[in-house]
Write a protein that binds this ligand. Structure first.
Ligand SMILES: C[S@@+](CC[C@H](N)C(=O)[O-])C[C@H]1O[C@@H](n2cnc3c(N)ncnc32)[C@H](O)[C@@H]1O
Length: 373
C-alpha cells in the first residue's frame, strides 16, 4: 500500500520552530546513569526500552557501544513514539530501517503494523536483534539483514539488474514506502548522497497505478546542526551548499521536524539531534537529471558539476568551472542565455538553475565535439 496517505495527527507539540524562533525539544530531563570503564560506555541499568531479551543478552556479553559505528541508541520512549508518529508509520507500510541497533525504533514501527526490513552492520547487535524479534521474523513482518547498508543496496541493485536481464522480476519485498533511521551522525552526508540518486530502486510505486513512478519519504534522525543545514537553507542563503542542491534535485520538500536533546541517546553524544523529513519527488515531477532534447545528463555528472561549482564558495561560479570540463566562452554564453549575472556565486543558484546550466553546457560541448570529429 503505497498510495499517498494523510499523516496521522502528530503530537500536538509538533513544530519546527515556535513563533519566538525557539525549537521544540523532544527529550525529557530524565538522565540515564551510565558508567565509563576504560573510556568506553556501557549501560548501568535497563536502557533498551521494552527490549528485555536484548538487554539481558547485551549485559551478558558486556556490550560496549562503538563510536566508530555511531552507536548512540535512542532510549527515550517519548522520542521513539514521536518519531514514529511524525513518520506516519502505519499498517501496510513497508519501511527500510537503516542501523536497527537494539531494535528500539523497530519495535515501535512493528507495533504500528508496518512491515520492516532492518539493515544492521554490527555482528553483536545483529545476533541480539534476531533473538529479540524471533516471532516477527517468523511471521515475515520483519526481515533482518546483517550488512553495511550501502554495500547491501549496491549488491541488491546488481543482483536485480542480472535478474531482469535474464527475464526475471525484482523482489517487491525490497521496495519501500519509507526509510526511517536513527543514523550514525558520521555517515549522514554519505548516506544521502548514496540513497537519493537511487530512490527509484529503493521506493515502490503506488499500488494501483503501476505506470507511475515511486515516490517515498525519508525520515532521518540527524545531528541537529546538519538537520538545520539540510532542511532550512535555500538558494541565496550564505550557507547554501552543494548538498542542498543535491537534496533539492531529488526531494520535493525537506522539513526540520523536531529537536532531540542529546540526553535522549545512550551514550549521549556531544551534540543534540533532530528528526528531518525528505519527501522524494515522484517521477512525474522529477527534475530533469536524464534526457532533455538530445542531451543526457546523469546524476553522477550533475553531482560532479555542482561540487565543482561550489569548490571555492567565495568565488564566482564561472571561475570555478575548469576548462577541461566546459570552455570559458561556453560558460559565459550559457549564463547569459539563462540571465545569470556574470558575478553569480555558487550559493545564488537554485537546483533548477544548475540543471538548466548543465544541460545547456553539455549540449554545446556535444555539438563542439561532433563538429571536430
Ligand atoms: C545511532 S545507532 C541507532 C540504533 C537504533 N536504531 C536506535 O535508534 O537506537 C546507529 C546504528 O547503525 C548501525 N550502523 C552504523 N553504520 C552502519 C552501516 N554502514 N550500515 C548499517 N548499519 C550501520 C550501528 O551499528 C548502530 O546500531
Amino acid at each position: 500500500m503505497a498510495s499517498p496517505r494523510p499523516r496521522p495527527n502528530p503530537p500536538s507539540t509538533r513544530c519546527a520552530a515556535s513563533p519566538s524562533g525557539e525549537r521544540n525539544t523532544a527529550a525529557s530531563d530524565e538522565s540515564h546513569e551510565t558508567k565509563r570503564r576504560d573510556g568506553e560506555y556501557y549501560p548501568s541499568k535497563v536502557l533498551w526500552p521494552g527490549i528485555e531479551k536484548t538487554d539481558a543478552y547485551l549485559r551478558k556479553m558486556d556490550f560496549r557501544a562503538k563510536k566508530s559505528l555511531g552507536q548512540n541508541f535512542m532510549i527515550q520512549e517519548n522520542v521513539l513514539s514521536k518519531t514514529v508518529a511524525y513518520a506516519g508509520v502505519q499498517k501496510g507500510d513497508r519501511v527500510l530501517e537503516i542501523g536497527s541497533g537494539t531494535g528500539n525504533l523497530t519495535r515501535y514501527m512493528l507495533a504500528k503494523g508496518a512491515e520492516v526490513v532492518c539493515v544492521e552492520k554490527d555482528d553483536r547487535l545483529h545476533e541480539a536483534f534476531v533473538k529479540e524479534f524471533e516471532e516477527e521474523v517468523k511471521s515475515k513482518r520483519l526481515k533482518v539483514v546483517h550488512a553495511d547498508v550501502m554495500r547491501w543496496l549496491t549488491e541488491r541493485d546488481r543482483r536485480e539488474r542480472e535478474l531482469v536481464a535474464s527475464g526475471g522480476s525484482v523482489d517487491q519485498m525490497l521496495r519501500f514506502d519509507k526509510v526511517v533511521a536513527n543514523l550514525p551522525f558520521n555517515i549522514t552526508t554519505d548516506l544521502l548522497k548514496f540513497l537519493l540518486p537511487r530512490c527509484e530502486s529503493v521506493f515502490r510505486p503506488p499500488t494501483g497505478s503501476p505506470e507511475s513512478r515511486p515516490s517515498g519519504d525519508v525520515f532521518l534522525l540527524l545531528q541537529d546542526e546538519a538537520a538545520q543545514r539540510l532542511c532550512e537553507c535555500r538558494a541565496g542563503d550564505s550557507n547554501y551548499r552543494a548538498m542542498n542542491v543535491l537534496v533539492d534535485c531529488f526531494c520535493s520538500s525537506r522539513e526540520y521536524l523536531f529537536k532531540i536533546d542529546r540526553k535522549a541517546f545512550f551514550p549521549a553524544p556531544n551534540v543534540d539531534g533532530a528528526l528531518a523529513h525528505f519527501k522524494i519527488r515522484p517521477r512525474e515531477e522529477a527534475l530533469s537529471v536524464g534526457q532533455v532534447g538530445d542531451t543526457v545528463v546523469t546524476s553522477k555528472q550533475f553531482h560532479t558539476f555542482v561540487n565543482q561549482c561550489f569548490s571555492r564558495r567565495r568565488k564566482m561560479v564561472k571561475n570555478n568551472i575548469p576548462s577541461n570540463m566546459f570552455g570559458a566562452d561556453e560558460v559565459a554564453r550559457v549564463m547569459e542565455e539563462l540571465d545569470l549575472g556574470a558575478e553569480t556565486r555558487p550559493q545564488d543558484l537554485s537546483c533548477e538553475q544548475y540543471l538548466s546550466m548543465l544541460h545547456k553546457l553539455q549540449s554545446l560541448k556535444n555539438s563542439r565535439e561532433a563538429e571536430s570529429a
